[in-house]
Design a protein around this ligand. Structure first.
Ligand SMILES: Nc1ncnc2c1ncn2[C@@H]1O[C@H](COP(=O)(O)OP(=O)(O)OP(=O)(O)O)[C@@H](O)[C@H]1O
Ligand SMILES: [Mg+2]
Length: 438
C-alpha cells in the first residue's frame, strides 16, 4: 500500500493566549499547512466538528474548559474521535502527561517548543493518521466484498438445496406414480373381462335355473339312485345360492374397478396442468393407497379415519402434486400415531380429515391425535432434510415439498396447529386458480 497524503493537511491550533496562537499559526502556515485556530475549548470543539481537521494541537491550560475536557469531548463524538490530538503544555509533570494519553491524545509537546521537533512530530502523526484511515477504508471495502461473496454463496446454496429437494422428491413421487399407474393399468384389463362378463353370467344363470325348473316339471320318473344323486347335488340350495354368489362377485368386481380408478386418479399423469377436480376424490384415493397402513397390527390397534368432507365445488388445482401433499401429511399422521401407540398402547388412534369451501378457496385440515410436535421441531420441520425419524422411515422431505407445492405452485398456505390435549393439525388453504384450458 502506498501512502498518499492529502494535498494539504489542515491543522486546528487551540490556545487561549493570542500571542502564542499567532506564533504557532505563522509557523505552521510557513511549513505549508492550512491552519485553523480557536481561542477556547468550546470554539475548538465546534470548529473541529464542522471542518474535521487532520490534526489538532491543543493547549492544556485554558480557562473555562481545559484541554483535557476538550479532548474528552472530541473523543466521545464518533466524527471527531479519529482526529489525532497533540497536547501542548508547559507542564513537564508526568501525571498530567499520562492523563492526556489516557484521554486518547497521541503525543505531547512541551512549551516552549523547538520548531524542528514540532514539525517532525506533526508530520509523523499526520502520516500515521492517513495510513490508518487508508487501512480502515480498505478494510471496509474488503469486508463489504466478503459480505457480498458470502451472500452470493448462501443464496447459491439455498438454490442448490431447493433443487436437490425437488429432484429427490420428484423422483420419489414419479417412481411411485409410475408404479401405481402401471399396476392400475395391468389390473384394469382383466377386471374389465370379469366385470363385463358378469352381466352375461347373471343372465345365463337365470336361464339355466329356469331351464332346470322346467325340466323338473316335465322330467320322467327317476330311479331311486338318480334321485339320490340329485339330492347329493343339493340343487335346491344351488338354485337359491348361485344368484347371490353372482351378485357378490359383481359387487367385488365393482369395488376393484373403483380401486383401479382411484389408483389412476392418484397417479394422474397430467400433473403439470391445472385441472378442475373435487379435492375429496384426491383425499379418498390417497387414503385407499394407505389402507394397509391404517389396519390394526400386532403392535397397535386400527387407526380410524373420520371424514368430514364438505360439499366441494370443482376446483382448479394441480391434482398430481396435491396428492403428494395428502400422501405426505397422512403418512406423517400415521407415523405419529404409531409412535403414540408405542407409548400409550390403550390410546384410540384417530385421523380426522375435514374439507370445506371458504370465501377465497378451499380449506383442507388433516388432524391426528398423536403426540403433537415440540416447538423446537416445529421451528425446523419445514426445512428440507429435517427429520426426527430413522433413516429407513424418513428423509425429511415430506413437509418441505408439501410446503413448496402448496405455497409456490398453488399460492396457498400450509400451517401447523397443536391440538389439545395432544395431537397435530395441518391446515391447507388453496385459493382459486384459473383453469388452463380445462
Ligand atoms: N403429524 C405429525 N405429528 C408429529 N410429528 C410430525 C408430524 N408431521 C411431521 N412431524 C415432524 O416433522 C418432521 C418432518 O416431517 P417431514 O414429513 O418433512 O419428514 P419425515 O416425515 O421425517 O420424512 P419424509 O416425509 O421425507 O419421509 C418429522 O420427522 C416429525 O418429527
Ligand atoms: Mg413425512
Amino acid at each position: 500500500m502506498v501512502f498518499s497524503p492529502p494535498e494539504q493537511s489542515t491543522i486546528l491550533a487551540v490556545d487561549d493566549n493570542p500571542a502564542n496562537l499567532g506564533l504557532l499559526s505563522d509557523f505552521l502556515y510557513g511549513a505549508g499547512f492550512e491552519v485553523l485556530t480557536a481561542r477556547s475549548g468550546a470554539i475548538a470543539i465546534a470548529r473541529a466538528q464542522r471542518t474535521l481537521p487532520d490534526l489538532i494541537l491543543l493547549d492544556v491550560m485554558m480557562p473555562e474548559m481545559d484541554g483535557f475536557e476538550v479532548c474528552k469531548q472530541l473523543k466521545e463524538d464518533p466524527t471527531t474521535a479519529p482526529i489525532p490530538v497533540i497536547f501542548m503544555t508547559a507542564l513537564a509533570d508526568v501525571s498530567n502527561k499520562s492523563k492526556g494519553f489516557e484521554l486518547g491524545a497521541v503525543d505531547y509537546i512541551t512549551k516552549p517548543f523547538h520548531q524542528e521537533e514540532v514539525l517532525v512530530r506533526i508530520q509523523l502523526h499526520l502520516r500515521l493518521y492517513h495510513l490508518t484511515r487508508q487501512v480502515q477504508s480498505q478494510n471496509e471495502v474488503l469486508e463489504q466484498r466478503v459480505q457480498e461473496r458470502t451472500q452470493a454463496l448462501e443464496s447459491a446454496l439455498k438454490t442448490l438445496r431447493a433443487t436437490q429437494v425437488q429432484l429427490i422428491q420428484g423422483e420419489k413421487m414419479s417412481s411411485l406414480g409410475k408404479l401405481v399407474s402401471g399396476i392400475a393399468h395391468e389390473i384394469n384389463n382383466p377386471v374389465n373381462f370379469i366385470y363385463g362378463n358378469l352381466i352375461h353370467i347373471q343372465e345365463y344363470v337365470d336361464h339355466l335355473l329356469s331351464g332346470l325348473s322346467l325340466y323338473q316339471t316335465v322330467a320322467p320318473p327317476l330311479t331311486p339312485s338318480q334321485v339320490q344323486q340329485l339330492e347329493d347335488l343339493d340343487l335346491d340350495f344351488i338354485q337359491e345360492d348361485l344368484p347371490k354368489l353372482v351378485q357378490s362377485m359383481q359387487v367385488g368386481a365393482d369395488r376393484i374397478r373403483q380401486i383401479v380408478l382411484g389408483l389412476r386418479n392418484f397417479a394422474r399423469t397430467d400433473e403439470s396442468q391445472i385441472k378442475e377436480v373435487n379435492l375429496n376424490d384426491g383425499l379418498e384415493s390417497t387414503l385407499m393407497l394407505l389402507q394397509s397402513r391404517l389396519k390394526s397390527s400386532s403392535k397397535r390397534p386400527e387407526i380410524s379415519v373420520v371424514k368430514r368432507y364438505g360439499e366441494l365445488l370443482l376446483f382448479g388445482v394441480y391434482p398430481g402434486p396435491l396428492n403428494q401433499v395428502w400422501m405426505n401429511l397422512l403418512g406423517n399422521a400415521i407415523d405419529a400415531l404409531e409412535d403414540w401407540s408405542a407409548m400409550e398402547p390403550e390410546a384410540p388412534l384417530t385421523i380426522e380429515i375435514e374439507t370445506r369451501m371458504t370465501a377465497t378457496g378451499v380449506e383442507v385440515s388433516i388432524m391426528d391425535n398423536g403426540p403433537g410436535i415440540a416447538p423446537a421441531v416445529q421451528a425446523q420441520m419445514f426445512d428440507p432434510f429435517f427429520t426426527t425419524k430413522s433413516v429407513e422411515r424418513g428423509t425429511g422431505l415430506g413437509l418441505s415439498i408439501s410446503q413448496q407445492i402448496v405455497a409456490d405452485l398453488h399460492r396457498g398456505t400450509l400451517a401447523y396447529e397443536g391440538v389439545s390435549p395432544h395431537g397435530s393439525r395441518f391446515v391447507i388453504h388453496l385459493p382459486r386458480l384459473e383453469a388452463a384450458g380445462g
